[in-house]
Design a protein around this ligand. Structure first.
Ligand code: ATP
Length: 309
């Protein structure tokens, strides 16, 4: 869906993106994480054809972003980290405005507005002025604007900032439902616990460079971490699991091991059967929740260690 090759972007005196290459597959929800000033917004703006990099290439669905920005805009929705809405317009007018800006045919505008409002659960607010909405409801209007033309790709820069826990949870559910309807999403956020609920992969960006691209779940949302508890994790256990293609050891503790695994239910079953067959003392075997926070901090600590003299 998105292919980025050797992208460099410079603000005067600052190399904000440094040789970035990235592939995002259709149906993925990619979490873009990294410290303040890492380059996340800049990368999203380049993908959205809102900035011109000094070198490199970006394509969306095979369309070159730099050469065909208008064509790309039809295929994507973008929610900026600081967006502006017209407070004196009603929600209905705001969505109509966005629909028309995306060149939706006049006779289809009403349907498009209604669908976007229903998706964001703001259909009961259509006649209300934006200036009178709460922070969370305003955020929903902004997201509804970004999807009113039903884009294939949705780029969201800090979409959950300012939302209450319930609104964040419903936003997570919305993202999963948009994904289920075939949309590809790239979401930048600092709230890792929330990204964990829906992301299929995590991209860590630091100092303008992508330092990690980790798959977290398969596209159907299936967890791919398997925790095996044994009375004593042994190298033999690790070897047995490693016999299965694609199984990677993520962490090994006193009484448990955590493996990353990308197979389906049948393959998970085969691993368990093999462990039992080989008499590995399994006490517990189950899929584990992704812990993005730990994965992020572990990678950052590793990078700092590598950089230390
Ligand atoms: P945050 O998490 O704080 O939103 P970010 O990862 O989105 O940060 P960017 O906004 O992409 O980071 O900024 C990347 C770098 O580019 C930073 O060093 C920032 O100061 C610089 N930068 C961003 N916008 C501009 C600008 N308009 N002019 C000059 N430098 C800029």
């Amino acid at each position: 869906m998105i292919k980025i090759h050797n992208l460099n972007f410079e603000y005067p005196g600052i190399l904000a993106l440094d040789n970035v290459s990235l592939r995002v597959e259709r149906g993925d929800i990619t979490a873009l994480v990294g410290p303040n000033g890492a380059g996340k917004t800049t990368l999203l703006r380049c993908i959205a054809a809102l900035e011109t990099p000094i070198s490199g290439a970006i394509s969306i669905n095979g369309i070159d972003v730099l050469n065909n920005p208008r064509q790309v805009h039809r295929q994507l929705g973008y929610l900026a980290d600081f967006y502006g809405l017209y407070g004196q317009l009603s929600v209905n007018q705001s969505l109509r405005y966005a629909a028309m800006a995306h060149s939706i045919a006049q006779e289809k505008v009403n349907d498009a507005v209604q669908r976007a409002a229903e998706r964001l659960e703001i259909a009961d607010r259509l006649s209300q002025k934006v200036a009178t909405l709460s922070r969370g409801l305003t955020q929903r209007v902004a997201i509804a604007q970004a999807i009113v033309h039903e884009p294939q790709l949705l780029l969201l820069d800090e979409p959950a900032s300012g939302l209450d826990p319930e609104a964040r949870h419903s936003l997570s559910e919305l993202f999963l439902s948009l994904q289920a309807q075939g949309m590809t999403l790239v979401v930048s956020s600092h709230i890792l616990a929330e990204l964990e609920e829906y992301s299929t992969s995590m991209v860590i960006i630091r100092d303008g460079k992508i330092v990690e691209h980790q798959q977290l779940k398969d596209r159907a949302g299936q967890a791919i971490l398997v925790r095996v508890m044994t009375s004593k994790p042994s190298p033999a256990l690790i070897a047995k699991l490693a016999e299965h293609n694609g199984v990677q050891l993520v962490e090994s503790g006193e009484t448990s091991c955590l493996f990353r695994f990308t197979g389906d239910d049948q393959a998970v079953h085969e691993i368990l059967a093999a462990l039992i067959r080989h008499n590995v003392p399994v006490c517990h075997f189950g899929q584990d929740k992704i812990n993005m926070h730990d994965a992020y901090l572990a990678r950052v600590a590793q990078l700092k260690q590598e950089a230390a003299p």
